[in-house]
Design a protein. Structure first.
Ligand code: ADP
Length: 238
C-alpha cells in the first residue's frame, strides 16, 4: 500500500514538475532575449550592460536547471532520446568551456583546461555530453567555497576516453558518495547556503553515461575537493 502510494505521489510530482518547467521556459526565453537586445542598444551605459549580463547569465542558469528537470522527467518516462554522431571530445570541451566562461568569471573561479594532445574521437550525443559536463562544472562551482579552482581534463584511460572535472571544494563524505547519483538526493547537511539545484543533476549525468555505455566515477575527500570522471568507450571497441 505504502509503496503504491509513493509511486502515485512520484508520478504526480513528475507531472507537476514537468508542467511547471515547461511553463517557465517561455517567459525565461523573453527575459533572455530582451536582456540581450538591451545590451546591444546604442548609448547604453556600461554599468547597465554589466547588470544585463547578470540577468542573461542567471537566465542561462535557470534554463539549465529547467532543462535538467525536463530531461529527468523524460528519463523517468523512458522517452529520452539520444542522437549519436561522431564527436571529437577536445573540441566539445572547448565549446563547453566557452559557454561557461561567464558564470566562472562571475563566481571568481580559476578554471584550467588540460586537453589530451591527441584528438579523441567517439560516438556520442553532443548535446547530452555537453549537458553532462556543464552539470559537473556547475556542481564544482556550487560546492566550492574558499578554494575556487576547477580543472577540466581529457585523456585516454585504458579503452576509454576520460573527461575529468576536478574541484577543491567542500568534498563528499564516504557514506554520501554512494548516494549522490540518486534522483532528488541532496546532502542534507550541505554547508553551502547558495541557491542549490533540484538534486537531479548527477542522476541525469548518470543516465547520459549509461546511454553511452560509459561510466561515471567519483573520488572525493571532505574539505579537500572532488573529482568526477566520465568514461566513454572508444569507437574502436564498439
Ligand atoms: P544538486 O546539485 O541539484 O543538489 P546533483 O544531483 O547535481 O544535485 O548533486 C547531488 C548532491 O551531490 C548535491 O546536492 C551535493 O550535495 C553533492 N555534490 C555534487 N557535486 C558535488 C561536488 N562537486 N562537490 C561536493 N558535493 C557535490
Amino acid at each position: 500500500m505504502e509503496h503504491e502510494k509513493l509511486e502515485e505521489l512520484n508520478r504526480l510530482k513528475s507531472f507537476y514538475v514537468s508542467s511547471v518547467s515547461h511553463d517557465l521556459k517561455t517567459p525565461l526565453t523573453s527575459i533572455k532575449l530582451f536582456s540581450q537586445l538591451l545590451q546591444n542598444m546604442e548609448g547604453i551605459n556600461p554599468e547597465s550592460v554589466e547588470y544585463l549580463k547578470i540577468i542573461d547569465g542567471e537566465s542561462n542558469r535557470l534554463t539549465r536547471l529547467i532543462d535538467n528537470v525536463l530531461d529527468y522527467t523524460k528519463i523517468e518516462k523512458g522517452i529520452k532520446e539520444y542522437l549519436f554522431v561522431d564527436i571529437e571530445l577536445n573540441n566539445l570541451v572547448k565549446e563547453v568551456m566557452a559557454s561557461v566562461e561567464y558564470p566562472i568569471k562571475m563566481e571568481k573561479f580559476d578554471a584550467s583546461v588540460n586537453l589530451c594532445a591527441e584528438d579523441i574521437y567517439l560516438s556520442g550525443d553532443k548535446d547530452a555530453i555537453a549537458e553532462a559536463l556543464i552539470n559537473l562544472i556547475s556542481n564544482a562551482i556550487k560546492y566550492s567555497r574558499e578554494r575556487k579552482k576547477i580543472t577540466v581534463s581529457t585523456e585516454f584511460k585504458d579503452s576509454y576516453a576520460c573527461l575529468k572535472v576536478e574541484d577543491e571544494g567542500i568534498g563528499i563524505s564516504k557514506e554520501n558518495i554512494k548516494l549522490v547519483f540518486d534522483e532528488y538526493y541532496q546532502i542534507k547537511k550541505g554547508k553551502s547556503n547558495r541557491t542549490r539545484g533540484a538534486g537531479i543533476g548527477l542522476a541525469v549525468v548518470k543516465h547520459i553515461m549509461d546511454a553511452h555505455k560509459g561510466k561515471i566515477q567519483v573520488e572525493s575527500e571532505v574539505g579537500k575537493g572532488s573529482s568526477f570522471y566520465l568514461l566513454f568507450p572508444l569507437r574502436e571497441n564498439e
